[in-house]
Design a protein around this ligand. Sequence first.
Ligand code: GLN
Length: 302
Amino acid sequence: MNDYLAELLEICGEDDGEVADYIPELATADPDRYAIAIATLDGQVYSAGDADVEFTIQSISKPFTYALAITDQGLDGVLEKIDVEPSGDAFNEISLEPSTGRPRNPMINAGAIEAHALVAGDDADGRSERIVELYSRLAGRELSVDEDVFESELSTADRNMAIAYMLKTVGTLDDDPAEVVRGYTRQCSVSVTVEDLARMASVLAANGVAADGTRVLETSVTRQVLSVMATCGMYDAAGDWLTTVGIPAKSGVAGGLIGVLPGQVGIAVFSPRLDEHGNSSRGVRAFERLSADMGLHLMEAP
Ligand code: GLN
């Protein structure tokens, strides 16, 4: 399996696009890093390439925080505040449903900022701690925030601030917008490897049960999360992705990309150059190839 993965990276080695630079610290990433990992439900991890390089989780945090918000508030409580419709918009679009003031889904920033605020906690720090704790349980090791990326992102977070203040104005967000963006930015700045992400994805693939047999999330929660990933996880490329690759997925601007094959595996790729939708260029290529080679498309019977 490791040999196949190494070969896959080579075949899908052609790269294009640009490293995200709207967060200054991300612009310093080595653009040539490339890694892939697959985690089975019983905890086997196969990988190739730069599998031990750390990068920030960024928007791949969104499905996991959404899962925690549902666990804390119940699905109906979360649906009252965040819809589940694909927006067809870019990830940082300042858009809300006009009639209800709800963000259109939890995978774009507006919905993810709201989901972060719905996580239970005494204060902003308490909330962020619970979030990092959940990610750590899913990854099977203690994760932490990359403070350099956090500071860099927070100092340039004007657009996310604008989104949070807008959510407050329409009555969707109850908390202090600046504190919520601070916490959301910490969640995006958690440092991971491609193997961590594959493990996290594999727990979603296992209806919320970790490789050691302990339940981390309820099945009803992971079903909701995977459904939203399938329809909204790749932003305005979600339709293209679902038709070509055919599995629930989520990308992040640091170049990470996860895919979840329910009942089978969690997959992650890392390559920092992004396409015009903000998804990892080589990540998308590797997934397309993997899906074709291994017959992963969910809409095709094995
Ligand atoms: N932290 C980033 C932001 O809010 C996450 C965006 C992303 O990964 N697509 O802008």
